[in-house]
Design a binder for this molecule. Structure first.
Ligand code: GLN
Length: 446
């Protein structure tokens, strides 16, 4: 049935890059047998899922949205892929994305752009645009995405679905093709907050295959959904409600705060004073890490290999010139430059220091408040093609999600109404490893 929906809708939307039809039918049969024989059901029993195409799936093509990996079939499963299987979810296929997760509109996919199901002339956001669009269009019941600087939350906001970026380290990155390793996190995109709690429950937890995986106890996220927010102390950063934010978006956020107030929460304006440095800090650090992580795509080990290269250096050069798209090249050059000797102190080290200040802003606010709330993105979904020639404008779409990524704390985007017929996302930001409060507030509001 899911594949029928995909066949009807996906030609227009473009969310899927690869379908897993035969395997999905096998899984469905296996689940039927499980039911018939009375075995216990997994947490996500029978739920049709899409997986972002930078999460490896054994034997199922994984492209990262890149021509470099257009024919790459991984030989193992990511930890989250395995966990979905163990929870009895059914993998429908792999979802379109900006190449190597670099982008905020899905227009950097080297296969095809994804269209926003709310308005086909608009972008779905990115880089997990396929994940958000597939859920919004009813092609998948839920999806996994990855978020380095906003790539789960911003597309969730543009497509009117729920997107959760967990605390850095809560969900294993083993088998997630690395973009910026100190920032990347996998998380769920779902129709509602309860589903988000279910999927998080299934994928969270320590993994010895990921050296940055946190060894923490995983609470029962579902029991956190009490609907009770009485006495909750909400901080609203003035930097998140300032000049650059569309007044129609702001209005929706204020209306959402009123709802929470009526439920017994209180809110006050606060300041995260280093917010203005977040975008520059992020693009330096993320590009530096990317330039190093993407060195593995050398034409020898994976994917694209130049045909007639005369020497090893030519092989690297030609394979990478051919396999990578313009945004990926831009980031590799920026990152390589920032890490070069003589520039390291001025750029990379400086950015690390700024990151610490940005994180301290959050620590300070969380001393007195339970949760931080603001918009997920400054605007609603923009028109396809309207920002492609202007990377700097494109980078600013993430101004409200990037600080959270740099601080490593969890945040969810939940739909909070429409502005001019397009979805607006409310961003709810919590303390590290306090997904329970984030989910509780999102659920109470929803
Ligand atoms: N849009 C941001 C970027 O291009 C964020 C991407 C992400 O979170 N993967 O880097």
């Amino acid at each position: 049935q899911s594949f029928q929906v995909i066949a009807e809708r996906d030609e227009r939307i473009g969310a899927f890059l690869t379908l897993n039809e035969e395997e999905a039918r096998n899984t469905a049969r296996r689940l039927d047998d499980k039911l018939a024989s009375g075995q216990p059901r997994g947490l996500l029993f029978g739920l049709p899922a899409g997986i972002k195409d930078n999460i490896v799936t054994e034997g199922l093509r994984t492209t990262c949205g890149s021509q470099f990996l257009a024919n790459f079939n991984p030989v193992y499963d990511a930890t989250v892929t395995r966990k979905l299987r163990e929870a009895d979810a059914v993998t429908l296929g792999k979802l379109n994305m900006d190449e190597f997760a670099m982008g905020g509109s899905n227009e950097n996919s080297s296969f095809r752009p994804v269209r926003n199901p709310w308005d086909l002339d608009r972008v779905p956001g990115g880089s997990s645009g396929g994940s958000a669009a597939a859920v919004a269009a009813g092609e998948a019941y839920f999806a996994l995405g990855s978020d380095t600087g906003g790539s789960i939350r911003q597309p969730a906001s543009y497509c009117g679905v729920v997107g959760l970026k967990p605390t850095y380290g809560l969900v294993s990155r083993f088998g997630l093709v690395a973009f910026a390793s100190s920032l990347d996190q996998i998380g769920p995109l779902t129709k509602n907050v309860e589903d988000s709690a279910y999927v998080l429950q299934a994928i969270a937890g320590h993994d010895h295959m990921d050296s940055t995986s946190a060894n923490v106890d995983i609470p029962d996220y579902l029991s956190a959904l009490t609907g009770d927010v009485r006495g909750l102390r909400i901080a609203v950063p003035k930097e998140y409600m300032g000049e650059g934010v569309d007044p129609a978006v702001k209005e929706k956020i204020l209306a959402a705060l009123k709802v929470l107030e009526d439920l017994g929460a209180v809110w006050e304006e606060v300041s995260l004073p280093h917010t203005e440095y977040a975008v520059a800090t992020y693009y330096l650090l993320a590009s530096s890490e990317a330039s190093s992580n993407l060195a593995r795509f050398d034409g020898v080990r994976y994917g694209t290999r130049a045909d007639h290269a005369g020497s090893l250096i030519d092989l690297y050069h030609e394979s990478r010139s051919k396999g990578f798209g313009p945004e990926v090249k831009r980031r590799i050059m920026l990152g390589t430059y920032a890490l070069s000797s003589g520039y390291y102190d001025a750029y990379y080290l400086k950015a690390q220091k700024a990151r610490t200040l940005i994180k301290q802003d959050f620590d300070n606010v969380f001393e007195n408040y339970d949760i931080i709330i603001g918009p997920t993105a400054p605007t609603t979904a923009f028109k396809l093609g309207s920002q492609v020639d202007d990377p700097l404008t494109m980078y600013l779409n993430d101004i409200l999600t990037i600080p959270v990524s740099l601080a490593g704390v969890p945040a969810i985007s939940v739909p909070c109404g429409l502005a001019d017929g397009l979805p607006v996302g409310l961003q709810i930001i919590g303390k590290a490893f306090d997904e329970s409060t984030v989910l509780r507030v999102a659920h109470a509001y929803e």
